[in-house]
Design a protein around this ligand. Structure first.
Ligand SMILES: C[S@@+](CC[C@H](N)C(=O)[O-])C[C@H]1O[C@@H](n2cnc3c(N)ncnc32)[C@H](O)[C@@H]1O
Length: 180
């Protein structure tokens, strides 16, 4: 994989219960596509946390998941520690126009995605407001495409150590290998 700093996704606007499935998909997608963890802002959700921990335990790799941290403090602390902040939004600069600049920074990256309504302040706090097309779409899809570009389409190369189970790619069946 290209050398990358840490990538953490900040999931904003999570509504308990209503958003559980989409937030879970944000986490699964982040993990599968090589991010190091997700922070669910403002609202604690132990159910999503334990679902994701269980997947990470079974399928391996290091992935952090936490919930309930205030969004503004999370972004400020991240920037104070020298990290960079990418806010995914249909209103931002086009991904192809900024990805090179983003990939050239050494710092860790916080990727912010919203749910329903985003506070305008996020646009100011972000180092880059980035659009994945200038059409409204799903945060899961936007996150997937951003991470794919960020790591230059090399998600398949990532190794997930210490899992219990590994999927064996197959043409015609569900095949797995039990590792422990
Ligand atoms: C379903 S959208 C709702 C956005 C909300 N209506 C607003 O204007 O703030 C949820 C999240 O998906 C992401 N998103 C949606 N479309 C996007 C796009 N074209 N490019 C990048 N991110 C996008 C943003 O992070 C957004 O907060």
């Amino acid at each position: 994989l290209p050398s990358m700093g840490r990538v953490i996704v900040l999931r904003m606007g999570h509504r308990f219960f209503r958003d559980s499935r989409v937030t879970t998909h944000v986490c699964l997608t982040a993990r599968a596509l090589g991010a190091d963890g997700v922070i669910i802002a403002d609202r604690e959700d132990k159910t999503v946390e334990s679902t994701i921990r269980e997947v990470a335990r079974r399928f391996g790799g290091d992935f952090s998941i936490e919930s309930g941290k205030p969004w503004r403090k999370t972004i400020r602390d991240w920037a104070d520690a020298g990290g960079r902040v990418v806010h995914l939004t249909a209103y931002g600069l086009r991904l192809p126009d900024v990805i090179q600049e983003i990939n050239e920074t050494d710092g860790d990256i916080l990727v912010v995605v919203g749910s329903e309504k985003m506070p305008g302040e996020v646009f100011k706090l972000a180092h880059w407001n980035v659009s994945v097309t200038n059409q409204p779409m799903s945060e899961v899809a936007a996150l997937a495409i951003f991470l794919d570009w960020h790591q230059k389409h090399r998600a398949f190369e990532k190794i997930f150590p210490n899992g219990e189970i590994r999927i064996i790619p197959s043409r015609d069946q569900k095949k797995t290998q039990q590792l422990s």
